[in-house]
Structure formats: structure tokens, C-alpha cells
Design a protein around this ligand. Sequence first.
Ligand code: MG
Length: 268
Amino acid sequence: MKKYIIREKFRKYDLFILDCDGVIWKGNEPILSAINSINELRKNDKKVVFLTNNSSLSRESYKKKFQKMGLKVSLNEIYTSSYATALFLKKNGIKKVFVIGEEGIYEELEKIGVNIGYDSTVQAVVVGIDREISYWKIAHACRLLRDKNKLFIVTNIDPTVPSPSGEMPGAGSIISSISVCANRKPDINIGKPSKEIFNLVISSYKADPKKVLVIGDRLETDILGANNANLDSALVLTGVTKTYSDKNEIKPKYILKNLYEIFKISKT
Ligand SMILES: [Mg+2]
């Protein structure tokens, strides 16, 4: 039997906000050190929330993915950029939008009661990753966005997404083509590195920001996002970032080889 004791410097955190890809799993393979560490954090009454920029899946689909990884996770512990976008629209009284995106966005907007529309009565254009993007979808988004009263809201600006065959175009690539055509930049980015998505988690959990630790594998989204939201962060080297140099402008508070480093582990 192994005994896990949370290291002194991590004991002050009550809420751990974890990125998914590269932190909990790699593609469809769970990262064992993460799964075990999450179970140990929970045993110590720490809250764990999962936060992903990926807007293609709904929270229900993520819940199933967590189950496959051997983790029991409830819906209110999952924040995708789609769900956060839905919360943002609701909070700001936006009731009808044109969407470029996949199932994840459609499902979350529908659940929260935001209508999808195509005509000039929409209040905003919402853009996320869409692997069935077409010339005509881009053209329609641009046509709507020429009206400066309509908000340009994006789920995230990731230039690429990982895939088994290498990096593929992410939401940011689609947003760029709309931006060029409509001659305007997005008004609001919901996902990391924007502080918006972190603020939504903190307000739903009524958490004290000083007691929150953000853990991620990507400096320019997870760590920069935590810095933008004034939260402590840990870079974990199980995903895209393999090494960290102090010369990097984006500075995490901690660097962890894997999540076991949160603990002192002893054999009993
Ligand atoms: Mg990641």
C-alpha cells in the first residue's frame, strides 16, 4: 500500500482546475499518475474541476469519456468552452445567435435556452471548431458581422488541435478567416487564455481565488490563462510541453513532472 500526503505548499489549495488533454489523458489513453492523484485529492476533500477549450463535445459526452478513463465525474465538475459560452450568453441576456461549431455547442446552447438563428435578428455570431466548415458558413458569418451591433464571440482561439495524424486546424484558424473577411477581431474569447472561463468556474464554485490551483500542459493557454485570471498555476510535463526554460515569458508558479509531485508518497 502506498500512502499519499499532500506536500505542504499545495495544502492551501481547495479547488484544483485541471486541463484534460495532456493532463488527464493523451488521446484515448488515461495518464495513470493523474487518475491516481485526482482520487487522492478527492480523499483529502479537495475539489477538482475539469476545464477544456475543446468545444466539439458536450459535457455529457465528456462525462462518458471520463468514465472510460476510470474517473467518476459529475456534470458540474466539467467546464468546456461550449458550456462556458452558453453560460456567458445567458448571463448577458443574449437569446439568439448564429453558430459555427459542432454538436458540443449546439447541445449546450439548446440546454440553456439560447436560440440558434440565421437571419438578421441574431444578436451574436458564435464560433468554435467546426470540422465541416464551408465557404458558405464563413460567408454568412461575415455578412452578419458587418453589422457592428452583433457581437463576435469565440469559444477559444487555439490555432491547432492535436490529432493522431498531427496538428490540425483549430477554432483559431476558422476565426481568422472570418476576421479577415468581416474586418474585425472577436469581441470576446471565452476559452483559455481568456480569464472569462476561469471566472465562470470561480463564481459557480464560490471559490476563494487564492485557494485555486490551475494545472495544465500548455503555457500559452492554461498557464497564461491562469496568470490572466490572477490564479496560481502548475505546468505539468505529461502533455505538449516537455521541458521548461526560465527564459520563457509565461511563468507558471510550479513545474511538475507529473501529478504525483503534488504528494509525498511513502510505502506503508
Ligand atoms: Mg492540454
